[in-house]
Design a protein around this ligand. Structure first.
Ligand SMILES: Cc1cc2nc3c(=O)[nH]c(=O)nc-3n(C[C@H](O)[C@H](O)[C@H](O)COP(=O)(O)OP(=O)(O)OC[C@H]3O[C@@H](n4cnc5c(N)ncnc54)[C@H](O)[C@@H]3O)c2cc1C
Ligand SMILES: *[C@@H]1O[C@H](CO)[C@@H](O)[C@H](O)[C@H]1NC(C)=O
Ligand SMILES: *[C@@H]1O[C@H](CO)[C@@H](O)[C@H](O)[C@H]1NC(C)=O
Ligand SMILES: *[C@@H]1O[C@H](CO)[C@@H](O)[C@H](O)[C@H]1NC(C)=O
Ligand SMILES: *[C@@H]1O[C@H](CO)[C@@H](O)[C@H](O)[C@H]1NC(C)=O
Ligand SMILES: *[C@@H]1O[C@H](CO)[C@@H](O)[C@H](O)[C@H]1NC(C)=O
Ligand SMILES: *[C@@H]1O[C@H](CO)[C@@H](O)[C@H](O)[C@H]1NC(C)=O
Length: 341
């Protein structure tokens, strides 16, 4: 067979990382990204980009742990290179704090981040309203920088990028052998997957370069996440809301809550509001499917539904998607003999 032609739909974090991973692990194939939006206009650009997993209730924990570890190791190696600054990757230490210590149970990812431990009495003195906390070091992406790096890397590997909205997968069948679905919340309309729903998130991006520790209150949904270029203040999680307009009341609420945790934020400058729709699902959809229409067949690999945890899991899921693409290629090359009925 000639060079397999692979189309990846979606240029958010998941489409870009999957396309890069395919181009680096599958020899002799051509990879094209087709997407209607690009950085800086995707959901992935809005994210805080912290490597702190969110738990998917429908995906086994050992699987989530493996995806997180693969992602952490991949970005840790980038942090350890001269590329760290241009890729927007930094190491960041900080605290997650709780008003009760009912959350004293260790999260599944505690042995993957660095130096996970209970906070000391002295550290907790900074937060009189809180009774318990954990300290650790993790990685953070400046999302637009990281997305640009992936796009450059794909092009460097010979990949192409086309701007187009896809309304029917079969339109791709003449030009491509395999299609990879990385459309995030777009999958609801495109594939008619009603198990995916939006969880609206509003955040502030501010200039406060003196901050270098993160603080998060997971129960109160408040966080302060310093990155290389700016600090992300969050957040909201509004299920089933498709509203992309910033709500000024929410912005004020986020700012006030974050100032209560870190009073120096009162001096923050250049405050920008961003809104994104997390592609939420009980489980990430990571599987292959052969679509059939009459005599025609089109292998599709799905990789979407990363919800609140795309940055934390992306490289692990990209590797799995690339492996599934490899399996599809093997089937194209030596079709199994038709079973005798
Ligand atoms: C406020 C907020 C904060 C977050 N913080 C974090 C965090 O700290 N850590 C973390 O791990 N995760 C975080 N996330 C989650 C993370 O942003 C998502 O999991 C991730 O961005 C999903 O990436 P994606 O590529 O699937 O989706 P998207 O970025 O939405 O990309 C989808 C792409 O598909 C394209 N597309 C869709 N439909 C079509 C179509 N029909 N034809 C052509 N193209 C199409 C779109 O144009 C887009 O390019 C946060 C999310 C939000 C909203
Ligand atoms: C992002 O959106 C803006 C406003 O719609 C548009 O002008 C710009 O070209 C878009 N950028 C990219 C890279 O698509
Ligand atoms: C970090 O860089 C050093 C020196 O280049 C190298 O020996 C080490 O293996 C790297 N560590 C990681 C995690 O990439
Ligand atoms: C890794 O991140 C830390 C924290 O941002 C930074 O101090 C360090 O310089 C980074 N490593 C490299 C090689 O840039
Ligand atoms: C995604 O897959 C579904 C089939 O499950 C298909 O109907 C849809 O058109 C696909 N979309 C893209 C862009 O791959
Ligand atoms: C945040 O960083 C991005 C670079 O990724 C930059 O474009 C943006 O202007 C910064 N915002 C603030 C408020 O500093
Ligand atoms: C913001 O709050 C004010 C006062 O509580 C209210 O009148 C207004 O409608 C709210 N705005 C939005 C966009 O919710």
């Amino acid at each position: 067979m000639s060079k397999p032609r692979i189309a990846v739909i979606g240029a958010g974090l998941i489409g870009l990382s999957t396309a890069v991973c395919i181009s680096e692990t599958i020899p002799r194939c051509s990879v094209t990204i087709i997407s209607d939006e690009f950085t800086p206009n995707t959901t992935s650009d809005v994210a805080a980009g912290m490597l702190i997993p969110h738990t998917y209730p429908g995906t086994p924990i050992y699987q989530q742990k493996q995806w997180f570890k693969e992602t952490f190791d991949y970005l840790f190696a980038i942090n350890n290179s001269s590329e760290a600054l241009s890729a927007g990757i930094s190491l960041v230490s900080g605290w997650q704090i709780f008003k009760t210590n009912s959350n004293a149970e260790l999260p599944f990812w505690s042995d993957i981040v660095l130096g996970f431990r209970a906070m000391t009495e002295m550290e907790l003195k900074k937060f009189p309203q809180y009774r318990f906390g954990q300290a650790f070091t993790t990685l953070k992406c400046d999302c637009p920088s990281y997305l640009l790096r992936l796009e450059k890397r794909l092009k460097g590997n010979g990949g192409e990028v086309h701007a187009k909205r896809i309304t029917n997968l079969w339109d791709l069948q003449n030009d491509y052998d395999i299609v990879v679905n990385c459309t995030g919340i777009g999958s609801r309309e495109l594939i008619g997957d009603l198990k995916i729903y939006p969880v609206r998130g509003q955040v502030l991006k501010v200039h406060a370069p003196w901050l270098n520790h993160f603080i998060r209150d997971p129960d109160g949904l408040s966080y302060i996440y310093p990155g290389i270029h700016n600090v992300t203040l969050g957040e909201t999680r509004e299920k089933d809301s498709w509203n992309l307009s910033p709500d000024p009341n929410i912005s004020k609420d986020i700012f006030d809550k974050c100032c209560a945790l870190e009073p120096s934020l009162q001096k923050a400058q250049d405050i920008k509001v961003r809104v994104g729709l997390r592609p939420a699902r009980l489980a990430v959809r990571l599987q292959k499917e052969i679509l059939v229409q009459g005599e025609k067949k089109l292998p599709v690999v799905h990789n979407y539904g990363h919800g609140s945890g795309g940055f934390s899991m992306h490289w692990g899921t990209a590797k799995e998607a690339a492996r599934l693409v490899g399996e599809c290629i093997a089937t194209l090359q030596d079709p199994l003999p038709k079973a005798k009925l």
